[in-house]
Design a protein around this ligand. Structure first.
Ligand code: PLP
Length: 408
């Protein structure tokens, strides 16, 4: 690990971490849902509204041009961060959900037809299931589901068996938001391409935790949420291969996405603007650029190593507590750990942890099919970010012991 990484220094950059909860230090382990924001992001966002705010793209005046430049610079930062070939392959969206829906409508409605098949997995977030279900209903296609092993790993053999010349789209999470299982997306993309399908990667839980290289992964589309990687709410992006973006239908229609409008017919702007109808949340997008600059300044490999040590400490600690069941023990495990304590309902466990100042998420985590797969109603999930510490992990483990005591 980089010797210069000092988690105490990092924490000073996140003002909210100094807040008290029930007079206790806040221990924020709900980063899979959303992350806290560093000053580098808050200041840039604040500056947009204090100093440069003006609607982008159509203005001739100074502020509009400044804001447009910042917005397009942010697009370049996202492209660099993901190693996209060109910034025109980055479409700004509000979040992962919008990015996946964009592909389902703009690509799916054009290229998926009756009898075609779309493949997802049992470990997907609802936002990587429901858009495909709706697409299947619209187009008479069929949704096939790759299975998850008892350990929480994707069954690659069974996935291979689902693929055929009927497969049009394979859409898989890079990292499970429930179990932290890391999927071998490069191999999955290769499998999808070998049958002529496009590969969509839901990177909501990987972009915050590891370096992403879309060219090396080889994916056709990749979706992520800015708010899970230290950026403001309302910022997200879709990476799409340029030739595919060119070939796709427009999605939302209105201002910004057009070339020429007349009642005889309308022509559309080139990607990415073709997919950015209406005034975007440019303040959030600009601050997304600041967030990615911030994590790149620390180094994604450094963040990954730091978080890996927290995940390992959590898993080792939980597995040593009698009566704790860890849901998902994949060999390749990142960022999130899900568990159950004896037969205690996850909500009850979560409420007791909350009283100790520990914020965890409880419930089905928008992954009900995965809950069904394991025959459970939900889990307690601790999910990590670069500012979490080994002491916080130990507080969680002590908290779990406390939960057990309360119910014994
Ligand atoms: N996909 C995964 C794997 C997620 O974890 C989440 C959110 O938790 C989403 C998609 C949806 O993200 P958003 O609500 O930001 O669109």
């Amino acid at each position: 690990m980089n010797k210069e990484f000092n988690v105490d220094d990092v924490r000073l950059q996140f003002p909210i971490l100094a807040e008290k909860v029930y007079k206790k230090n806040l221990i924020y382990l709900d980063n899979g849902a959303t992350t806290q924001k560093p000053l580098a992001v808050i200041d840039v966002y604040d500056n947009v509204y204090r100093k440069v705010n003006a609607n982008i793209h159509r203005g001739v005046h100074h502020l509009s041009n400044v804001c447009t430049d910042l917005y397009e610079k942010a697009r370049q930062i996202v492209a660099r961060h993901l190693n996209a070939a060109d910034s025109s392959e980055i479409v700004f969206t509000r979040n992962t959900t919008e990015s996946i829906n964009l592909v389902a409508y703009a690509y799916g409605d054009k290229f998926v037809g009756p009898g075609d098949e779309i493949v997802v997995s049992e470990m997907e977030h609802h936002s990587n299931i429901v858009p495909w279900q709706l697409l299947c209903q619209r187009r008479g296609a069929k949704l096939l589901v790759a299975k998850v092993s008892d350990h929480g790993e994707l069954d690659m053999g069974q996935l291979a068996g689902l693929l055929s010349e009927r497969t049009r789209i394979v859409s898989i999470a890079h990292v499970s938001n429930v179990m932290g299982s890391v999927n071998d997306v490069r191999t999955i993309v290769g499998m999808a391409h070998s049958v002529g399908a496009v590969a969509v990667i839901d990177a909501a839980q990987s972009v915050p935790h590891q370096a992403i290289d879309v060219q090396s992964i080889g994916c056709d589309f990749l979706a992520f949420s800015g708010h899970k990687v230290y950026a403001p709410l309302g910022s997200g992006a879709l990476y799409g291969r340029r030739d595919l973006l060119n070939a796709m239908n427009p999605w939302m229609a209105g201002g910004e996405m057009i070339d020429k409008v007349s009642f005889a017919g309308t022509t559309f702007a080139e990607p990415p603007l073709k997919f950015e109808a209406g005034t975007p949340d440019y303040a959030a997008a600009i601050a997304l650029g600041a967030a990615l600059d911030y994590v790149d300044g620390i180094g994604m490999d450094v963040i990954e190593a730091h978080e890996a040590s927290l995940v390992k400490r959590t898993l080792d600690g939980l597995l040593a507590i009698p009566g704790v069941r860890v849901i998902g023990q994949a060999e390749n495990h990142a960022s999130a750990v899900s568990f159950l304590v004896d037969s205690i309902h996850p909500y009850d466990a979560g409420m007791i942890l909350d009283k100790l100042g520990i914020a965890v998420r409880t419930g089905h985590h928008c992954a009900q099919p995965l809950m069904d797969r394991f025959g459970i109603v939900g889990t307690v999930r601790a999910s990590f970010a670069l500012y979490n510490t080994a002491d916080e992990v130990d507080a969680l483990l002590n908290g779990v012991e406390w939960v057990k005591k309360m119910f014994s």
